[in-house]
Design a protein around this ligand. Sequence first.
Ligand code: NAP
Ligand code: MG
Length: 471
Amino acid sequence: MREYLKFYIDGKWVAPIEPKTANVINPATEEISGRISLGSVADVNLAVAAARAAFSSWSETSRETRLEYLRAIKAEYNRRQSEIGDAVREEIGAPASLASGFHTFLGAGHLQTVIEVLQEFKFEEQRGATRIVKEPIGVCGLITPWNWPLNQVAVKVFPAIATGCTLVLKPPQLAPYSAQILAEIIASSGLPAGVFNMLQGSGAVIGNALSTHPDVDMISFTGSEQVGVEIAKAAAPTVKRVCQELGGKSAFIILDDASLSDNVASATSGMMVNSGQTCSAGSRLLVPKARLDDAARAAREAAEAVTVGDPNGNFAMGPVVSKGQYNIIQEYIQKGLDEGAQLIAGGLGPPEGLEKGFYVKPTVFAGTNDMVIAREEIFGPVLVMIGYGDADEAVAIANDSNFGLAGYVSGVDAETCRSVARRLRAGWIGINGGFDFHAAFGGYKRSGNGREWGEFGFHEYLEIKSLLNYA
Ligand code: NAP
Ligand code: MG
């Protein structure tokens, strides 16, 4: 049993002002894995006051000072990697290989990237007689989701610290453990009191108190569209900057000249990684209409090859994060059946023998882009295959979405791949794969308004000042 009952505020571990706790459920067993404290508005006020008090001196520290702290954090992160992997496995049910692998690697990768960017970042430039100066925006409220818990925290906390901001982090109730360990890691670096503060609790209480707080200068939020809108409204009266990283329904386009079976297989198994709980997942698979039957065969084989089971065992996929998410996904699968989509693999109910724990069958439908299952983010291991006539139609279908987070193009002719990729109205496009910590990550349309990762993440935390006649 894990017990994380204290918050990190003003350089100290402190109990909440009004004691209140909540159990955390292990999604693989449905049993209680630990307990956290739930904070109140009074705790938020303390944390914001600490961040405000720390801002004037932290914002004036040198690049080298901030680099030293970030390097110390990195050394401790590396030392505690296996604990971080265990925490992610327990809180969201990610298979051990994924939790200790990519989840943990992403946190380290973003931290290393922030260090590299900070070494070179231009906080000032001269343009004619004008000096352009980039200054930290102030006190930041960071609100994160549970799906890639470390990644989401890392892409906010480290650039905020690097740019000279101070912050209050609110991790998700469903995945509080890895954030708690990260807070211990950051605390051990000796960062000045008040620069980094973390408290646990509900979005409705803590998230809302941060969004409405007159002394918070910006909110960086990753999560659902609905909550993103609520936060923007709550923040409007105090004219905060609100950076939103929201959902997606991204298209994976397999062009006519690509190997169909290989690409369908990798798109299908890729969809099931992290139980499909990935904002940038290629959840609409676009294949040439004339080859739909072959594609369906390859997708069925690939989906059925995805092993599902205990995160401690050697399985490709664990459970989804909660009973609530399980139910939502089941409703979408039912919806797909009701609206006449063709079920190719998986379907309703848990995989055989996995009645305990929130396990979902890797599911593939063939359908059309007007169906609910092709329009709404399901956030589970459910792929929708859609046929297209020519590349123009593939682009039109891909762009016919309220979202615009990511896209994927697979093909042999590089020119065609690039031109299709350029025409997609989305922020992160893989061309025959690809991954880059220094690329900008974020969405068009209702996928949000922010850009994180690499140097793009720095801009979210900076104000721009013009000093005129600064010759
Ligand atoms: P969510 O329900 O929107 O919650 C995200 C965070 O917001 C949680 O910490 C939550 O607290 C908090 N929150 C809830 N209500 C709030 C309110 N009224 N005011 C302020 N904060 C509030 O999202 P989720 O279910 O955790 O995550 C899934 C969503 O995140 C998906 O839509 C996914 O696409 C999106 N996502 C986007 C990206 C991206 O970079 N674009 C990356 C990952 C995930 P609780 O602890 O109470 O839940
Ligand atoms: Mg939610």
